[in-house]
Design a protein. Structure first.
Length: 276
């Protein structure tokens, strides 16, 4: 029971850490005060839990946890969170805080679902299946966000066409304005990109601990990282002013087509994505 409780609490930490990353990503791109505060307090809960576990481990082992790679990874993740909180409170370096937490999340995930941890735990199979569940959940949530950006992009193009041709109809008042559609697209990307990044980190870790043989160059993996790069490029170009208006909307439409191709064709060609 104690092992199960500890495993659940560590999984909660990973999920909360992922949520804080989403808030930090939104704040990093949009300077959103609500997202900024939400990210900090969510991360603070993770930091408090991690510190409690660290202190408990020190008292249990009667030494500092740095004598093995497994212990060192946990301590390293704790140090990164400590450093990010200090930067958040005293230096207001948003870029550094965001990227530090991306690295910290990776190491926290490695620790929680490390092969050594799973082999030594009587609930190892449960940890593996739950890691896969979290990976798939974040992937589906990211696809949902990108689907929303696709729909809003279509509506943006439709509204633009109606305004240009001045062909009004009774349904026009039920359509969003160009500004509303563009804002919705941006919000969808703010959510979808970090969710997909988190899913890929968790997915690679799952493959490492659950599969005897797997390749990073698997079609589905490469396709997913390609999609992340595409959406990241779309958002970067939009924010730099190089992709605006109709071009921005069309970019989201074509990006979503890559998701459809990767979801169906990539899964069929993959060596271990068998659920299609």
């Amino acid at each position: 029971m104690a092992d199960m409780t500890m495993a659940r609490l560590h999984e909660v930490m990973v999920i909360l850490y992922a949520v804080s990353l989403v808030f930090y990503f939104i704040d990093y791109l949009n300077k959103d005060r609500v997202a900024h505060r939400s990210a900090f307090w969510t991360l603070s809960v993770v930091y408090l839990m991690q510190t409690i576990f660290l202190v408990m481990y020190i008292f249990e082992m009667k030494r500092f946890p740095v004598l093995s790679l497994f212990e060192g990874i946990y301590f390293y993740a704790w140090l990164l969170i400590t450093l990010s909180i200090v930067l958040h409170l005293f230096y207001k370096v948003g870029h550094a805080v965001f990227f530090l937490n991306v690295i910290g999340f990776i190491f926290m995930t490695i620790h929680t679902f490390a092969p050594m941890q799973i082999e030594q735990s009587p609930i190892g199979d449960a940890l593996i299946s739950e890691l896969l569940f979290i990976h798939i959940t974040f992937a589906i949530l990211s696809y949902a966000a990108f689907a929303m950006s696709f729909v809003l992009a279509i509506l943006y193009l439709l509204v633009y066409k109606i305004l240009k041709e001045k062909k009004w109809s009774k349904q026009f008042n039920r359509l969003p304005s160009l500004q509303q559609a563009a804002t919705g697209i941006k919000a969808s990307l703010f959510i979808g990109i970090p969710f997909l990044l988190i899913s890929l980190i968790l997915g690679v870790q799952w493959a490492h601990v659950a599969l005897d043989k797997w390749s990073f160059f698997d079609v589905k993996i490469l396709g997913s990282f390609f999609i992340l790069a595409v959406y990241g490029s779309v958002l970067f170009l939009q924010r730099s002013g190089k992709l605006t208006g109709n071009d921005y909307a069309w970019a989201n439409v074509f990006a979503f087509l890559f998701i459809i191709i990767n979801f169906f064709l990539g899964s069929k060609l993959s060596e271990f994505h068998f659920w299609i």
